[in-house]
Structures are given as C-alpha cells and as structure tokens.
Ligand binder design. Structure first.
Ligand SMILES: [Zn+2]
Length: 131
C-alpha cells in the first residue's frame, strides 16, 4: 500500500492532489468530464495550500500530450487485445471502430490524468508546514 501512500506520486495522480504538498487539489473537481469541457473554469491555477503555480512555464501543458499519447496507445492495445481474444472472427473495421470509441470515451479521464502525471515528473513531494 506504500505505492498509494501520501508522499508517493501515485497518490497525487490518483487522488487529484497538488504534487508538492499533497493537500490542495490539482483540479477543482474530481469529475474528468467537467474538467475537459469547462477547462478554463475548473483548472486550478495555483495550489490553495502551498501556492504552487501549476503552469511552471508558458506552454508547460503541451508536454502532457506525450503522456496522453502514451495512455491512448495503452487503451488501444488493451481494446485490440480484448477484441482479438473475445471476438477472434471480428471484422477489422469493427475492431477499429470499437478502439476509436474506447479512445473517445476514455479521453476525459486521459486528459485529467495526463496533466497530473506530467506535473509529477517535475515537482517533488515536499512536506512542510511552513507554507
Ligand atoms: Zn500544494
């Protein structure tokens, strides 16, 4: 359970917490669909606890597209494997359609997670009460 304990990167990513203090929220809401559709209104700019500015530099979030791409490829491989195993006689176009639908349905969660993963590459957990 140490993997999900406070202080680990997974804690920040899975529980939507600031990567520095693990107390404040990264997104103002835990609903990925809201975050994606109402991005400007619901993205936290700074941590309410430690005042960390989340956008470390201009264009910082472009890097999260690499994470998003990796997650998308993982979802594609998962659904390709699942359709191949459970429906071995499926038409290739139907298989592609299933994969595209899965990617589209997973995109709000992908967007939500990819920014958290990206910022966790750069910010270390620093527990400190002197904020
Ligand atoms: Zn914080």
């Amino acid at each position: 359970m140490r993997l999900l304990a406070k202080g680990s990167k997974m804690y920040s990513i899975l529980f939507n917490k600031c990567p520095k203090c693990h107390i404040g929220n990264f997104w103002t809401t835990n609903n990925p669909l809201k975050n994606m559709l109402l991005n400007t209104k619901y993205t936290c700019q700074t941590c309410e606890n430690c005042s960390l500015v989340y956008e470390l530099e201009i264009g910082f979030w472009y890097g999260s597209m690499y994470v998003s791409y990796a997650i998308s490829v993982a979802v594609m491989m998962l659904f390709w494997t699942l359709t191949s195993v459970f429906f071995p006689l499926i038409n290739i176009f139907s298989e592609i359609l299933i994969i595209v639908i899965a990617i589209l349905l997973a995109s709000p969660l992908n967007y939500h997670i990819s920014r958290l993963v990206w910022i966790n590459f750069f910010i270390k957990y620093t527990p400190d009460d002197t904020y």
